[in-house]
Design a protein around this ligand. Structure first.
Ligand SMILES: Nc1ncnc2c1ncn2[C@@H]1O[C@H](COP(=O)(O)OP(=O)(O)OP(=O)(O)O)[C@@H](O)[C@H]1O
Length: 270
């Protein structure tokens, strides 16, 4: 027999729950007594693409690096507040960093392939994390990740002969992304601050983010606001290491609530 539910209950039962993957609560970090990030609070939701925007030096890259504990490698780091991945406290001294960096892959703006074969660039992490343990499954993984990054057709005959560092820079960038994907991360932190990318490569990278979104939660820094507007579901505006505003991309770009966000958007060509 059908029992109708009160409206609030029936809506709750159809709306998918918002799952938090990474959570920051009043998070801040100082390096050598310089406060680089301050009082940042927001949740990264499973399956979303979050774009980070802000002026040069706002703290976009610093935030990405802080999430995978790459910022506190320097001496004199002091953190405030909380930064969590699921139920793991990222700044707990016992945090398993290799596991953290497997589940949250950081792809920096500088291309840094290993000076080893293309195959080894992909296989290294997969071996380390015991993702592919025999030659056949490794071959499948190498092919799958290179295909996902639109690189397979270019390098398939040179996997063992050619070094990652011998590829042209735009292909090295794709190789670094493939290397990150090979360990099957849940979250991708993509830092693409640099503007030195040609239009064809830019279009391919944007297409890739769209494709990767199906399987990953993504935090993205792009060279232009136009790209963030095109790709991101939500956008966080940072200035001077602080979160100014976070909202849907549509709200941020058309009806931002904070005057500093409106000024930043208006003064930067979208
Ligand atoms: N390892 C570090 N030690 C000390 N200060 C740092 C470190 N890393 C970043 N900073 C400082 O943190 C601030 C934010 O830098 P960050 O590179 O995150 O800015 P950004 O928003 O990514 O800028 P851009 O768009 O120019 O890349 C800068 O003042 C920078 O000097």
């Amino acid at each position: 027999m059908f029992h109708s539910l009160p409206l609030h209950q029936s809506l709750a039962s159809v709306a998918p729950p918002v799952e938090t993957v990474i959570s920051l609560q009043n998070f801040g970090i100082a390096l050598d007594r310089k406060q680089v990030l301050s009082d940042i609070t927001f949740d990264l939701r499973r399956g979303e693409v979050l774009g980070l925007i802000g002026r040069a030096g706002a703290g976009k890259s610093a935030l990405l690096r802080a999430i995978v504990r790459l910022l506190d490698e320097s001496r004199g780091a002091a953190t405030q507040g909380r930064l969590r991945y699921l139920d793991h406290d990222i700044y707990d001294p016992h945090c398993d960093l290799p596991h953290l960096r497997r589940m949250i892959a950081f792809v920096p703006q500088q291309v840094t392939p290993f000076p080893t074969s293309i195959w080894d660039n992909i296989a290294y992490g997969a071996r380390l994390h015991r993702i592919a343990m025999d030659k056949a499954s490794m071959a499948d993984l190498v092919e799958e990740t290179l295909r996902r990054c639109h690189l397979w057709h270019v390098v398939r005959d040179d996997l063992h002969r050619r070094r990652g560092t011998d590829l042209p820079v735009h292909q090295q960038r794709l190789l670094c992304l493939a290397r990150a994907l090979a360990v099957r991360p849940e979250v991708l932190l993509l830092d693409r601050t640099t503007g030195s990318i040609d239009q064809t490569e830019l279009a391919l990278l944007n297409q890739l983010v769209g494709e990767l979104k199906a399987d990953h939660t993504i935090v993205l820094v792009t060279p232009t606001l136009a790209e963030t507007a095109q790709i991101a579901d939500r956008v966080a505006h940072l200035e001077q290491g602080r979160l100014v505003e976070i909202d849907t991309a549509e709200m941020i770009f058309t009806a931002a609530l904070h005057p500093d966000t409106r000024t930043f958007i208006d003064s930067t060509a979208v």
